[in-house]
Design a protein around this ligand. Structure first.
Ligand code: GLV
Ligand code: MN
Ligand code: MN
Length: 421
């Protein structure tokens, strides 16, 4: 094995060990579930903070629970007062894979260590960010931590509640954060050089094209809604079908309508998903009085997403009338397409070319990422890493050690490109 090959293998092996250590921190035995502002989030944050400290960074946790490890510029230059942000998230979905988000945090730490090992000082500061809420699973809002960093957090979100009725505000306080100081945790625009993130592709394209890495061109646009339907409870044996106001049957009609709207899309990028549903009172012999479900709509362009939502609203109005129920739709997230900065795509493309011998085309991300919030603060760029069969949000998510090593090297090479400018 060449010296470079050995370095990559060693970096990949370190990444794998760190991924395993994080994957052991879960709310469930035998499955990985780590939601925002939970005891598991705290333990993962402590582990990451320790790694950042060991890498020589000064570390703190901000008021949204983001672990931040920073170092100032190591040499003079026109960007010596600026900071390059590098990050990803350490929260997971329920019964998650171990690489989603976590790999990006680990890659940032290993990249900083690699610069120290090689004795290279950078002409700008670097802050590593380990976000706690990219998935938006515990609360109906998402990208809370990166929105705070980007200075776009909407304080009305502090009143949303989780399934146990705990507000985001109270959960932050219990985690040791001060919600009144969230504004102070935003970076000043002029002080930021850009944001970089390594993330698994979560799709099958890189594997099909036999490429370990790609630069991302943009993140698809995305809406999230909570749909609430109020009908009337009744006896399952006595109320004739024509007289029912069944909230769950109405929800079923709307779920199928959302699917049909997305399937009709000619551009083939529109997707609509209902991943959560709750029914009350929830007994086999009671007609459902209330149903609540999540609706997630995404598309490669904003117009397709907006049109799809308008169509869904019309379907909701129809169901409302025909089934004599009340349908309410709350929009909890609305993000336009977030384009990666051409200059960072170029730097990442050059870095990937250097590391793999072939840069290839940039990829669009159908998955959401913290870059959607960070784009409001600064230029952002992403490095996608091949994952087996494109499987993600699933415990079968898998990335090879070799590809993880290449990803860390590509991040190092991208930062070197930026340091040359
Ligand atoms: C996050 O993984 C999302 O795309 O929802
Ligand atoms: Mn992710
Ligand atoms: Mn995810």
């Amino acid at each position: 094995m060449s010296g470079a090959g050995r370095d990559r293998a060693a970096l990949g092996a370190r990444a794998q060990a760190m991924i395993e250590a994080l994957a052991a921190i879960s709310a469930e035995e035998g499955a990985l579930t780590r939601l925002y502002l939970t005891p598991e989030h705290r333990r993962a944050a402590d582990l990451v903070a320790g790694w950042m400290q060991d890498a020589g960074l000064s570390v703190r946790m901000d008021n949204a629970g983001t672990v931040r490890g920073g170092q100032p510029a190591g040499r003079p230059g026109r960007n010596a007062n600026k900071t390059l942000l590098v990050g990803s998230h350490i929260d997971t979905v329920v019964d998650a894979g171990r690489y989603d988000g976590n790999l990006g945090v680990v890659a940032g730490i290993l990249a900083v260590e690699e610069f120290h090992r090689r004795g290279i000082s950078l002409p700008f500061g670097v802050d590593l960010l380990a976000f706690g809420d990219e998935e938006g699973v515990r609360f109906p809002v998402t990208l809370t931590s990166s929105s705070v960093v980007a200075g776009i957090f909407d304080e009305r979100a502090l009143d949303v509640t989780d399934a146990a009725g705990i507000t985001l505000r109270d959960a932050l306080v219990a985690f040791g954060c001060d919600p009144a100081r969230l504004k102070d945790d935003a970076y000043p625009r002029a002080g930021v050089l850009g944001y970089l993130e390594v993330h698994i592709e979560q799709g099958p394209v890189l594997e099909r094209e036999n490429r370990p890495l790609a630069s991302v061109s943009a993140i698809a646009s995305q809406n999230r809604h909570v749909v609430r339907i109020r009908g009337q409870a009744g006896h399952a044996g006595t109320v004739p079908m024509a007289l029912r106001q069944d909230a769950l049957a109405a929800a079923a009609e709307l779920i199928v309508a959302a699917e049909a709207i997305a399937r009709r899309d000619k551009g083939n990028s529109l997707v609509a998903t209902v991943g959560q549903i709750e029914v009350k009172p929830g007994a086999p012999n009671v007609i459902p009085a209330e149903a609540r479900f999540s609706l997630d709509i995404r598309a490669a362009n904003d117009a397709a997403r907006v049109e799809a939502f308008q169509e869904f609203r019309l379907a909701a109005r129809r169901v409302d009338t025909t089934r004599h129920v009340v349908v309410g739709i709350e929009t909890v997230m609305e993000k336009p397409v977030a384009a990666c900065a051409p200059s960072l795509q170029k730097a990442i493309g050059a870095a990937i070319g250097k590391v793999t011998g072939r840069a290839g085309q940039s990829l669009m991300s159908g998955a959401g990422h913290d870059g959607q919030a960070m784009a409001q603060l600064t230029d952002f760029g992403m490095i996608f890493v091949r994952c087996r069969a494109g499987i993600s949000h699933n415990p079968r998510e898998f990335v090879t050690v070799e590809d993880m090593g290449a990803a860390v090297e590509a991040l190092v090479a991208t930062i070197e490109e930026l340091a040359r400018e």
